[in-house]
Structures are given as C-alpha cells and as structure tokens.
Write a protein that binds this ligand. Sequence first.
Ligand SMILES: [Zn+2]
Length: 328
Amino acid sequence: MQDSKNVDCSGLAQLSLDLKRLGSTRCQRRDVLLAASGFKASRLMLTDMGIEAVRQLGHTFGFGWAAGRTSFALRLDTGKGGFSNHMTRVTGFDGRREVFLAKNGATASRLLAAHANHTMIGRALRIPTCCTQFYLDKAQAAAKHAYDYSGLIGMPRTHTASVLSNTYCRYFDRGIVDHFPCRHHCRRTREVAKQSAMTLRRVDPSLLTELVAAGTFVYSDRDGVFWLNDIDGVAGKPVIHAQTARESNLARHLARASQVQIVLGSERILRVYGTHDEVHPRSSIFDNVSVVSFRPNYGDEEVLFGDRSGLNNDQFDPMTRPVEGYGN
Ligand SMILES: [Zn+2]
C-alpha cells in the first residue's frame, strides 16, 4: 500500500471533481478517493452504469477495481431515508454488483475472490479487528434489523464521542469511516478516521468538510434518525437540523421540542421539552433509542482543518456547551 503522504493530490482532486460531475454521493467519492490514493481498499454496490464509470476512471486515474457477477437488489429501509445494508440476489438489469476498489487490479480481484474471508477483507478495508469481531459476533442480532448494526453499537458512558468516528451520519451521506464501529468511542476507529481525514484533506479538503457531521444524533431503528443542531436548543435555531423520518411519534415530538437534553444515569436517555409539553424521559417514545453527541475531541480540529480555525464555522459552534455536565 502506498503511503498517503506520497499521494498525487492534483490527480485525485480531478478524480473527485469527475465523481461529483457523475453524480456520485459524498460517501462514494470518499471511498473511491481513499482507494485510489492507496490508503485502503473500498467496497461499493454499483449498477452497470456505475461500474462502467469506475472502469473509465480507473483507467484514467490509475486505480484497480473488480466487480462480482451476482446482481443484488438493495432492500431500502423506510425509516432511515433509503439507507440499505441488506440485499437480496436478483436476476435482470436493475441489480447492483459488489465492486472492490484498490490501488491496483490484482488486489481488487483478490478481495473479490476472498468473499467470506472477513479477516482479509477487514484488513484491506482498514476496519479495526475489534470492529470486524463485533460485526461477526452481532450478525444474528443484526439480521433482525435489516443488517443495520447502528442500534447495536456500544454506547460511551458520557454519550459523547469524537466527531471523527461519527457513523450515525451515514444516513445523511456523511462520515469519514464506512464500517460500523464496535463502540462509538472505539479508539482504533478514531485512529483510522484520523488517517482517512488527513488523506482526504490533502486530496479534497472541501469534501472532508462536507463529510464531517458534528452535533447530537438520535437513532432509532424504527422511528428514524435525527441530527440535532444542539441539545440545548440554541435560540433562533430549530432543534432538528436534518431527519430521515417525519411521520413517527419520535419525529413529531422532536419537531415540537424547543430543547432536548441527554439524561445520564437513567434507563431513558433523552428529555424533550416543548413549548406546551415535556415528554417524560421514561416515555415509550424513547424505547430502543440511542443518543450520541459527536464533538471535536482534543486535536480533532487540527486533523480536520490543519489548525483550530475550523472551530469557528457553523459545524463547530464555539457556543456549544460540553455534554459532560448533564448527568442528573
Ligand atoms: Zn472497534
């Protein structure tokens, strides 16, 4: 694998522009750029048209790829904005195929052939071994959740984690890492995220800024995922910044809320204040709901922006209070 410091940044910046012009999502651009840079291999599910684009781009920009023969249909999750981690085999033209991208074609072909060798694939995709183990250990439980592992991720004690390892933002086409971490505060995931961010910063800093999502994320398998502006409800800003569902009970309560707090040391984790009502933290609305505040930890801003100036932009509102003090 090529060292990320030796990456041809101007070539990859052009690759990023071409991907954007072709209508690729932010996460697809991230995965192609990280593979083309040699930092890690990537795995995508692409239509025949997407595979043809990869073939042309691979030829122009010098990265390898290999596509499987089997077609799959993605089973879209209605509560999560069309996100899918589950697929079924299909015949016909509408399917997507598994595609591995790597620095060269031989590596991509080896990964495609490795199929069920999770250790080998995990290593090439730079998934920490603790997270690969989590993926295997929780497979049965995940099957009941359309193979979406998000609700199974171990929570940090303080409900805060580094903005670098935010994977709840995948439902909003953001995030620096693609794998499900074993815990939101998985140290190895943060390390991989840090290295990925530094590679992306050299190649396409504006894409990196778009991929980073700070804030409080409320996750429910059933009732949607919510990206909150701030758990304190800053004056003049609605509580919800983005959401994948509008019709659920949880969506309706969050939409009416003027303030949302995380309650620690309780079996329920959210307290929602509205202009007219307050939802009791023990309400069934919060059944199976996970809440994590993703903030820049010490040094994250330097990794993301090269200095601390990023703290002044909208995503890192300096007025944001730390979450640690909310235990009650
Ligand atoms: Zn881990």
